[in-house]
Design a protein around this ligand. Structure first.
Ligand SMILES: NC(=O)c1ccc[n+]([C@@H]2O[C@H](COP(=O)([O-])OP(=O)(O)OC[C@H]3O[C@@H](n4cnc5c(N)ncnc54)[C@H](O)[C@@H]3O)[C@@H](O)[C@H]2O)c1
Length: 380
C-alpha cells in the first residue's frame, strides 16, 4: 500500500478530537503535526493522540505535509485557509467555509490560482444512511422530488460546549452551525438551490452559560436563533427548513422528501448512519437497505448515551485519495461555497423581507461505491 498522506491540523479545540480519532483509525492519512493559537491546546492534544505540537509557521513550512485541516472557529476560517494556501498546501476547512460568501469565494479563487484544492466539512453525506437515500432517489424510487421538510431544533449550545460564545456571534447561529449539514445533504441529494426565502427571530437576546469552565457568564446573542426557511431547488423541489436553538422538544423527522411516486425519510444529516425509510405512494414505510454501504456502524457514544456513526475526516481522506488519483473530491470547495451562499441568502431574506436568488451552481458530489471501509475512497 502507498505511504499515507501526511496532514497537519491548525485548531486543537473540541472538534479536533473527532479528526484525531478518525485519523488514528486510517491507513490512508496520518497526522504529522498540530498547531493552535494557544500552544497549550496543541500540546494537550499532541500528548493525548501521540502526535507533535509545533508552532503554526513550522507546520506550514513542513514540506512533507500536503493537506492542512483548518479546525479553528468560524470567524478565523477564511484567514487561516488563505494562510494555508499561501504556504502552498491544500486546505480542508471545518464548516462553514467562511462567514460570508465574498470571503469564501476569496478562498476558492486563491486556491485555484495556486492550483491547490479546497475541501470543506460537512462530510456526513458520505454516511451509509445518506448514500442509501441518494441511490433511492437516483433510481427513481420516489419519482421526481417535488417537496420536503427538514428540521434541526434544539435548546442551544451553552449547556455543553466549553467555549460556547462563538455559536451566538456573527458567523454562528443554527443555520451556519447545524443547518449547513442539512443544506449540504439536500444539495447532495437534489442538486443546487435556485431561490430562498426565510423569516428568523432572536427570542433571547442573552444566554447564560451553564457548562464549565465559563458557568454563569452571559453571551450577548448577535444572530437569529430560530429561522424558518424555504429552499426552491433548480430541479423543482420546494423544501422547508426549520432551524432553532430555542426548542426543548419536538416530534418532527430530520428530513422528509416527497416525490411524484413516493416519500423518503432521511436520517440525521449531522451523523453518518441512521435508517432511511421509503414509502411508495400510499404503501407502508419500509426500511431502505444500507448494509452494502460504508460508514454505517455506530462508533461514537454521545453525551446523551446515544450510539451514532461518526466518521468525520472521511472528506479529508477522499480529498487525499482524489489528489493521488487526479479525480474530483466530494466534500469540495464549490459545494461548500454554494451552501454558504444559500445560508447567507437565508439571513438576507429575513433581514430584507424578500426572496433571494442564488447565483452559484455546483454539481452533486459523486455517490460512493459499495463497500465497507475507507478503501472505497482509495478505489473510487
Ligand atoms: N465541537 C464540535 O462538536 C464540532 C462539530 C462539528 C464541527 N465543528 C466546527 O469545528 C470548528 C471548531 O469548533 P470547536 O468546537 O473545535 O471550537 P473550539 O473553540 O473548541 O476550538 C477552536 C480552536 O481554534 C483555535 N483558534 C482560533 N483561532 C485560531 C487561529 N486564527 N489560528 C490558530 N488557531 C486558532 C482556538 O485556540 C481553539 O483551540 C467550528 O467551525 C465548528 O463549527 C465543531
Amino acid at each position: 500500500m502507498a505511504e499515507p498522506v501526511a496532514i497537519g491540523i491548525i485548531g486543537c479545540g473540541s472538534v479536533s478530537d473527532l479528526y484525531l480519532t478518525g485519523a488514528g483509525r486510517s491507513k490512508l492519512v496520518r497526522v504529522k503535526s498540530i498547531a493552535d493559537l494557544r500552544p497549550e491546546a496543541a500540546q494537550a492534544q499532541a500528548e493525548k493522540y501521540g502526535t507533535q505540537a509545533v508552532p503554526i509557521a513550522t507546520l506550514l513550512a513542513d514540506r512533507e505535509i500536503e493537506i492542512v485541516l483548518n479546525l479553528t472557529v468560524p470567524a478565523a476560517h477564511a484567514s487561516v485557509s488563505r494562510r494555508i494556501i499561501d504556504a502552498g498546501k491544500h486546505v480542508y476547512s471545518e464548516k462553514p467555509l467562511a462567514t460570508d460568501v465574498a470571503a469564501g469565494r476569496g478562498v476558492i479563487e486563491a486556491a485555484a490560482a495556486h492550483r491547490l484544492r479546497v475541501g470543506c466539512a460537512p462530510d456526513t453525506f458520505f454516511g451509509a444512511g445518506h448514500q442509501a437515500c441518494r441511490r433511492a432517489i437516483d433510481r427513481g424510487r420516489i419519482g421526481r422530488v417535488v417537496g420536503g421538510a427538514a428540521t434541526i431544533m434544539h435548546h442551544g449550545m451553552e449547556h455543553w460546549h466549553p467555549n460556547p460564545g462563538f455559536f451566538f456571534k456573527f458567523g454562528g447561529g443554527p443555520v451556519l452551525d447545524l443547518g449547513v449539514y442539512y443544506i449540504t445533504q439536500l444539495v447532495h441529494l437534489l442538486g443546487p438551490v435556485e431561490r430562498v426565502s426565510a423569516i428568523g427571530s432572536t427570542p433571547s437576546p442573552t444566554r447564560t452559560i451553564t457548562s464549565e469552565p465559563l458557568r454563569g457568564q452571559f453571551i450577548e446573542v448577535e444572530v437569529m436563533t430560530t429561522v424558518n426557511a424555504v429552499l426552491l431547488f433548480a430541479g423543482g423541489a420546494n423544501v422547508s427548513l426549520a432551524t432553532s436553538w430555542d426548542v426543548w422538544k419536538h416530534a418532527r423527522n430530520f428530513c422528509e422528501l416527497y416525490g411524484t411516486e413516493g416519500s423518503l425519510l432521511a436520517p440525521d444529516p449531522n451523523f453518518f448512519g441512521g435508517k432511511p425509510m421509503l414509502s411508495e405512494r400510499e404503501d407502508e414505510w419500509r426500511d431502505v437497505d444500507t448494509s452494502e454501504l460504508p460508514f454505517r456502524e455506530p462508533n461514537r457514544v454521545l453525551r446523551s448515551g446515544a450510539r451514532v456513526a461518526d466518521y468525520r475526516i472521511v472528506g479529508v481522506i477522499d480529498m487525499a485519495m482524489a489528489i493521488r488519483a487526479n479525480r474530483t473530491h466530494r466534500a469540495s470547495g464549490a459545494l461548500a461555497l454554494h451552501v454558504l451562499e444559500v445560508m447567507e441568502a437565508i439571513d438576507r431574506s429575513s433581514a430584507e423581507g424578500r426572496h433571494i436568488a442564488i447565483e452559484s451552481r455546483c454539481d452533486r458530489p459523486e455517490p460512493l461505491p459499495l463497500g465497507h471501509g475507507e478503501e472505497v475512497l482509495a478505489d473510487g
